[in-house]
Design a protein around this ligand. Structure first.
Ligand code: DQA
Length: 191
């Protein structure tokens, strides 16, 4: 991305998918649609590019691998779009990992989980996430990427500028009173 003639490094975003999501297209098309996992990847990368993100899409059948990826995001303040698949409904381990997040994490679902079987109405993850988007097919992911962009923009506006006084040599009074320095580093913020 180019800003004011300077090249900026795009911010990384992870799109993490749990079990059975690699089978999109073949899997219950009446529920999940006919778009494939490859389509999901292209859609997310394209939407991310438009928002200035470098989006990496991953999928796993394994709870431990998904948790390890969430740890990676926590350790590096990487925003996450998370579709944990069926883990959503019972994995306290995934929930505990999400609790450690250091950047926005949006839970997504292709289907409207509240309109399906009773066991899908409960998500153990939502309470630890920034928010949830469900029921819009692949567009749920696009909306989640927009939500992350909005969160980042909002928190950048809210961040207080830390203004440090300039150092003066002892015994040399200043005519102008207390000096303020250049705006300095911004404190990191958990969104
Ligand atoms: C899902 C909904 C879950 O209930 C289900 O187990 C999935 C997919 C969705 O995207 O709609 O695997 O997360």
């Amino acid at each position: 991305m180019t800003v004011g003639g300077q090249t900026e490094t795009a911010r990384r975003v992870l799109v993490l998918n749990g079990p059975n999501l690699g089978r999109l297209g073949k899997r219950e098309p009446s529920v999940y649609g006919t778009a494939t996992y490859a389509d999901l990847t292209v859609t997310c990368r394209q939407a991310g590019r438009e928002l200035g993100f470098d989006v990496e899409v991953r999928q796993t059948e394994y709870e431990g691998e998904l948790i390890t990826w969430i740890h990676e995001a926590c350790d590096n303040a990487i925003p996450v779009v998370l579709n944990a698949g069926a883990f959503t409904h019972y994995s306290y381990a995934v929930m505990d990992a999400v609790k450690m997040r250091t950047a926005p994490l949006v839970e997504v679902h292709l289907s409207n989980i509240s309109a399906r079987e009773d066991f899908r109405h409960q998500s153990v993850i939502t309470g630890a996430a920034t928010g949830i988007i469900a029921g819009f097919g692949l567009h749920s992911y696009v909306l989640a990427l927009h939500a992350i962009a909005a969160q980042i923009a909002e928190s950048a506006q809210k961040e207080p500028l830390i203004v440090r006084p300039l150092a003066h040599t002892a015994g040399e009074p200043t005519a102008a009173g207390p000096d303020v320095g250049e705006p300095d580093a911004r404190e990191p913020d958990v969104l």
